[in-house]
Design a protein around this ligand. Structure first.
Ligand code: HEM
Length: 209
């Protein structure tokens, strides 16, 4: 049984994971149910959904304040990779503008909630291994065409993720700040879910007409 003391002393990454597991499970199932790798058109919707998350978090990866708290942060930003993927698929300027404006509608401050947003985004690189395999097998994409943003880090996904978690867990937070971080992680999942519905589910509905 988890005691009150455990819930305060457990590492932040564990706290964030347990507070978002249900959201992750439902999101993962929803994305796969929308068959993102069944056609190039569907994949573009998936790509734009991912792009929106990158556009929201990119300023956080570049923030000097957050880099002080998470020293390896600056090198983790993958927004260039996803923009290159979008260019591979000739995502139009109009679509990019739509995605920028969806991202701009969410303003994440550099405080504790941002730690949660970054947790959610960095964690998504783990599931990306499966997504890359599907993208490769079903659409012939690769780390150099169309699926660059799903590529693992050269040091290995697992190690790269553990380094991030170690940095996150080394930050001292009050119970209230931990809840802010969890709220941020949950907001990030909610934002991604909304983007899935706006882009991927809409494409699916259009298919059916
Ligand atoms: C169909 C899509 C997805 C699949 C199949 C998937 C799958 C996975 C898997 C298998 C892991 C665990 C890997 C491990 O423990 O070694 C994982 C971790 C994670 N994923 Fe996903 N994922 C998907 C989408 C996403 C998305 C869109 C996000 C958020 C934007 C996300 C956020 C996370 C996070 C935060 C973790 C780390 C959990 C932890 O703290 O250990 N995932 N994912």
């Amino acid at each position: 049984m988890t005691s009150v003391l455990d819930s305060i002393t457990e590492p932040l990454s564990v706290h964030l994971k347990s507070g978002t597991t249900a959201l992750h499970e439902s999101l993962d199932q929803r994305i796969m149910a929308l068959a993102p790798f069944s056609s190039r058109e569907r994949f573009v919707c998936f790509l734009r959904m991912q792009l929106r998350l990158h556009l929201v978090t990119s300023p956080l990866y570049q923030s000097a304040e957050l880099q002080k708290r998470l020293p390896g942060l600056g090198e983790r930003n993958r927004v260039d990779a996803i923009l290159a993927d979008c260019a591979d698929f000739a995502v139009t300027e109009e679509q990019l503008a739509e995605d920028r404006s969806a991202a701009a509608a969410v303003w994440v401050e550099e405080g504790d909630a941002a730690l949660g947003w970054l947790y959610t985004h960095e964690g998504s690189t783990l599931g990306a291994a499966f997504l890359l395999k599907h993208a490769r097998d079903q659409l012939g994409l690769s780390e150099t065409f169309g699926a660059r943003h799903l590529a693992g880090h050269t040091e290995g996904r697992g190690l790269h993720w553990r380094r991030f978690k170690d940095e996150l867990d080394a930050i001292e937070l009050t119970a209230e700040q931990r809840e802010q971080a969890l709220a941020g992680a949950r907001q990030a999942f909610a934002f991604v879910r909304a983007s899935v519905e706006a882009l991927m589910a809409a494409e699916r509905a259009a298919d059916a007409v």
